[in-house]
Design a protein around this ligand. Structure first.
Ligand SMILES: N[C@@H](CCC(=O)N[C@@H](CS)C(=O)NCC(=O)O)C(=O)O
Length: 204
């Protein structure tokens, strides 16, 4: 049985919930109370020494980090559809996993955590980086339906959550029509799970 160590408002944990739901894989959720500091308990640090959700357990194996978990799930349950096996297809997916963990994490996710949870940081700088990322996404999606391949992959799931949650960080999506259409495309996939938006928005 798969067990997900989760926090409902976490965008990184949402990536994994969404993937499990899109793949129709049953799982058990274990709440890690981040505001109470449960991620720093010895029990949780034994699972992830970095003290962060999400963490996935599959029988006796533990996988930490949302991108690594998406790779695991895509390979194990994706029937070759969500994580391509050819060299170029896999490289394209990894490009977008890297984007999720750098530009998107440092801009969109950072702006959200500052605005929503009052974390320290430069909100203006994070929002500026978020707009740079969204501009690049919008240009990339001008002639494409999906980020990495001709079909949806874990690359789309990895980037969806914090892009959809941009308004939580005070970043409007209105200037990015191609991004909005890409979000809507993902939201129509069977099993899609909405992101935990605090600012609202259609389907999110
Ligand atoms: N690169 C990691 C980042 C995970 C992460 O930042 N998790 C946040 C919640 S979204 C967390 O657990 N924070 C706990 C803390 O900062 O104490 C991933 O993609 O899973």
């Amino acid at each position: 049985m798969i067990r997900l160590y989760d926090f409902p408002l976490s965008g990184n944990a949402h990536k994994v919930r969404n993937m499990l739901s899109l793949l129709a894989v049953p799982y058990e959720r274990v709440l890690v109370d981040l505001p109470a500091g449960e991620q720093r308990s010895p029990e949780f640090l034994a699972l992830n020494p970095f003290g962060q959700v999400p963490v996935l357990r599959d029988d006796d194996e533990t996988v930490r980090d949302s991108s690594a978990i998406l790779v695991y799930l895509g390979r194990k349950f994706g029937r070759g559809e969500w994580l391509p096996v050819d060299a170029l297809g896999e490289a394209r997916v990894v490009e977008w996993l890297a984007t999720a963990n750098t530009l998107v994490a440092d801009g969109l996710a950072r702006a959200r955590v500052i605005q929503l949870f009052g974390r320290d940081g430069d909100l203006g700088a994070a929002q500026e980086l978020a707009h740079r990322a969204l501009g690049s996404f919008d240009a990339h999606l001008d002639q494409r339906a999906w980020l990495a391949c001709k079909r949806p992959t874990i690359a789309d799931v990895a980037n969806y959550s914090y892009v959809a949650l941009a308004p939580d960080g005070g970043v409007a999506l209105d200037p990015y029509p191609n991004v909005q259409r890409w979000l809507e495309r993902l939201e129509k996939l069977p099993g899609f799970e909405p992101a935990p938006s605090q600012a609202g928005g259609p389907g999110r």
